[in-house]
Write a protein of this length. Structure first.
Lengths: 269, 257, 346
């Protein structure tokens, strides 16, 4: 893909975002109630843990603030991924209806066109994640000036995490070129894996920890970076490795996507 | 008999999706596993009251199985869909009461989910967790509590669905119900361990009847007497549903569906 | 210009006999199915061609290959000289496609915004975009609903919106897949005149697929018929009618009702014996040559409606036969319905 294609894509996306906001804001009441509802729904899963920790203090040595940090980072990563690549996650819809064909008629890479079909801002999740992040960091660092390095590092972790989730999502979606119905698979690779990574990884038995690090590497979204950023038990290499894993996952998923798409074009779905 | 006809239709409709449901079961079992890991994470060293770690993991695992019967009820019992298409007017005009109709259909759905979702997951948990087997009287009593819980869920969803006649965004209530249920039904943590105000709200609501009460009876921590709150709520909510149907009829007459 | 050269498409489908066959070491799981076999044609620049065929004939497969969506097993496609299977993105610039059953617009956004995004996608300069949108807005009468979300548009409005979207980047080739489907008569007339306009004014090459034969009759100078994966016919509409040789329909009005009744009665019994003769081995004497090609369709008051096979007897001969029964007052000839022509083909 060349520079001209990128710049056209960015312009397209900018217009899409602006337009999506405009049309959503027309229904302001719904917008705000929806935001509140989304924030609440997302808070509930953490509230479960919070209630337990309220009574028992720590879980495998992780305090409620540290657990909150883990939860906030993955929530924000997911919000970014699902805002920008909403229709990648919903590829099944395109495969079943045949609407994917229309995307093949455009003078740009199909994946980019797919991403510009829909922008679905996840306000509630973003607000919740950001608030939780602020509160957690505040509680963890208190007056320690190290918080000011922690913040940009966390932003890096969130961005890297979003790319990793995108990679996992694209990999799963690409299997749709063979399976068509990928809804059940997505529940496993995206929903279940993410729910597991919401809580400190060490609560799981060894085999599950291995799965979440080696097979569906969601551990690299929040857990591994957190070991360096807020716990200081490991060096910066955990963050570096997390970024590398995200990159690798992205490349792998792009390859599978290309392969799947060329198969779609020769077998006609 | 109408009950049989309606519920059977629901049941059969679901049968064709058995294969995809099996894959969903794997995910569902995994979710339960994730939640009970929170307790194994807390560990044996902490004082886990009368439950102990093995009691708690059984508790959570059982709650996860039961979700398919007590919580994963059809959205608003399908009423929002009926309102959207305008079919609600015809359905209300039928000789059979709307609540009875929709309830029967839902029982069929619940029976299917009990057989093809709760049961397989339950069996997996018996070996994997391991989930305790109940004593026979406890089994019978908890079964009754589960049926009661399913019925309560039907009522609640009927009321949520009815809201669709007054607002286009009845899904807010759906989500509210989901959030409250997760927090207040004792799904992860027994009610008595909820912090002050949360515990108070929970005890005065019907939510404990969905998870806490049936599971406590199953595990032998409570006798059959624990079912009384569930029974009382069943009666109260039934009246609520019947009353709301009256409002719905009036609304449809005025609005035209 | 659209060129199709030896287009072939073979799919692998599950073997329906798989269970019946004996389980050998290499049991066949899938067998090849020829959806399209060796289709070739050239549609020169500026031509308006129709593409028809029964369902399952390979029509949509061919269209998908032409537009670059599907790769052919064999053969080649060239759109304005570019092969869409080798250079998908480049070919996409010369092509505009309208799917009658689906929209390519952004469902929740105002119509205008769809054009903004598309303009950015195709890299139109702001000036060119402004001119182009204004041009299309006037041509397709979009001004009233440019700011309405696409999901709120009527089918006719949406179709016009989609047509504008297909043409925004000034493609030299338009492929239209059932553009009049589901529209009421007035909207159909509307779209047809717009398409005619586009073809004549902008010299756009247009390929139209449809199940509505009026579309073909009113718009296309040339029609391609596909059946069972092969190109059955490629030429003009008039020649198509002639080739099929369907009977022309004549409406003959007699001066007096009795003459009409007599003629009708005679034709009817001749027709009955003709049927008998066709079916039986031993029949009556062969019929008079003129009567052989005439079949009575209906009789109303003084008017007979007849089907005449003009290969057997010319219209003059038919009239001379009929005059035997009485004085003729009025005669009207009708071409066979295009529907029937096509139906006969399928």
């Amino acid at each position: 893909m060349n520079r001209a294609e990128w710049s056209r894509f960015m312009t397209m996306y900018r217009i899409l975002i602006r337009s999506s906001f405009r049309s959503r804001m027309q229904y302001t009441f719904n917008f705000w109630v929806g935001t509140a509802a989304a924030a609440m729904i997302n808070a509930v899963e953490f509230a479960l843990l919070a209630v337990v920790l309220h009574r028992f203090g720590t879980i495998q040595g992780w305090s409620i603030a540290e657990s909150g940090y883990l939860y906030a980072v993955i929530t924000l990563s997911k919000a970014m991924y699902r805002s920008f690549a909403s229709d990648v996650h919903h590829l099944e819809k395109y495969l079943v209806s045949g609407d994917l064909d229309g995307l093949l008629l455009r003078p740009a890479p199909v994946l980019l066109i797919l991403m510009t079909q829909n922008f679905s801002p996840r306000f509630g999740e973003t607000l919740l994640g950001a608030s939780m992040l602020a509160i957690s960091l505040g509680a963890i660092f208190e007056d320690d000036p190290a918080i000011w390095t922690a913040i940009p590092l966390t932003v890096l972790a969130i961005a890297s995490g979003a790319v990793l989730m995108f990679g996992i999502g694209l990999l799963t979606a690409s299997s749709g070129f063979w399976l068509t119905r990928i809804d059940a698979l997505q529940v496993l690779t995206e929903d279940a894996a993410r729910t597991a990574a919401q809580y400190p990884l060490t609560i799981y038995p060894g085999w599950l920890q291995g799965l979440l690090t080696g097979l569906i590497p969601v551990a690299f979204i929040n857990y591994m970076p957190a070991l360096y950023i807020i716990r200081g038990t490991h060096g910066a290499w955990t963050l570096g490795l997390s970024v590398a894993v995200s990159g690798a996952m992205l490349l792998l998923s792009l390859k599978l996507w290309k392969f799947g798409l060329s198969r779609y074009q020769s077998t006609g779905s | 008999m109408l009950f049989y006809a309606l519920s059977r239709a629901s049941f059969n409709r679901n049968l064709q999706y058995r294969a995809s449901h099996l894959l969903h079961n794997v995910a569902s079992a995994l979710f339960g596993f994730i939640y009970l890991s929170i307790w194994t994470g807390i560990g044996e060293t902490k004082d886990l009251g009368i439950y102990g770690l093995s009691g708690l993991v059984s508790y959570v695992a059982l709650n996860q199985c039961l979700l398919w019967v007590t919580s994963f009820t059809s959205n608003g019992l399908g009423i929002p869909q009926l309102v959207r298409t305008g079919a609600i007017a015809t359905e209300l005009a039928r000789p059979v009461h709307l609540f009875y109709q929709l309830m029967c259909r839902e029982w069929g759905q619940i029976a299917y989910q009990a057989m093809y979702k709760s049961l397989p997951i339950y069996i997996v948990y018996l070996f994997a967790v391991p989930l305790r087997l109940p004593a026979l009287p406890a089994a019978a009593a908890s079964a009754a509590a589960v049926v009661c819980a399913a019925y309560l869920s039907i009522c609640v969803h009927y009321l949520i669905g009815a809201a669709a006649l007054w607002t286009t965004e009845s899904s807010w209530f759906q989500w509210l119900n989901y959030a409250f249920s997760t927090l207040l039904s004792g799904f992860l943590i027994p009610i008595e361990w909820l912090p002050g105000w949360l515990g108070w709200i929970s005890r005065w609501s019907f939510y404990p009847s969905l998870s806490y009460i049936p599971s406590r009876i199953y595990l032998g921590y409570d006798g059959i007497a624990a079912i009384y709150p569930s029974l009382i709520w069943s009666v109260v909510l039934t009246f609520a549903c019947l009353a709301v149907t009256g409002f719905m009829r009036r609304r449809v007459e005025v609005q035209g569906g | 210009m659209i060129e199709a050269i030896g287009l072939t498409k073979e799919f692998r489908v599950p073997d329906p006999d798989a269970s019946a066959k004996r389980r050998g070491l290499f049991s066949r799981r899938s067998i090849p199915k020829q959806a399209v076999s060796d289709i070739s044609f050239t549609i020169p620049e500026g031509e308006f061609a129709g593409f028809i065929g029964p369902n399952g004939a390979g029509k949509s497969t061919t269209i998908k290959m032409l537009s670059g969506i599907l790769h052919p097993t064999q053969g080649e496609v060239r759109l304005g000289g570019i092969n869409p299977h080798r250079k998908r993105k480049e070919a996409a610039r010369t092509l505009g496609v309208l799917f009658g059953q689906r929209t390519q617009l952004w469902w929740d956004l105002p119509l205008r915004d769809s054009y903004d995004i598309l303009a950015a996608m195709y890299g139109l300069t702001p000036e060119r975009k402004k001119d182009r949108i204004e041009e299309l807005e006037n041509l397709l009468r979009l001004s009233d609903f440019m700011d309405t979300p696409v999901r709120k548009l009527s089918l006719g409005q949406r179709m016009r919106g989609d047509l504008a979207a297909a043409m925004l980047h000034e493609p030299s080739i338009l492929i239209l897949d059932e553009p009049t489907i589901g529209l009421d008569a007035a909207s159909k007339r509307d779209i047809r005149s717009l398409l005619r306009d586009i073809n004549e004014r902008m010299r756009t090459t247009i390929l139209l697929t449809t199940h509505d034969m009026d579309d073909i009759e009113q718009l296309c100078g040339r029609v391609l018929v596909i059946s069972k994966g092969k190109l059955d016919y490629d030429g003009g509409i008039a020649q198509l009618r002639a080739r099929i040789g369907l009977p022309a329909v004549m409406e003959v009005t007699f001066r007096q009702a009795e003459s009409a009744a007599a003629a009708a009665g005679e034709l009817q019994s001749l027709g009955d014996s003709a049927t008998e003769a066709a079916g039986g081995l031993h029949g009556p004497e062969p019929l008079s040559p003129a009567a052989a090609g005439i079949r009575l369709k209906s009789l109303e008051d003084r008017t007979l409606v007849l089907e005449c096979d003009l290969k057997t007897s010319s219209s003059v001969q038919v009239l001379r036969e009929l005059e035997k029964y009485g004085e003729l007052e009025d005669i009207r000839m009708r071409e066979p319905e295009f529907e029937d022509v096509v139906h006969k083909l399928y």
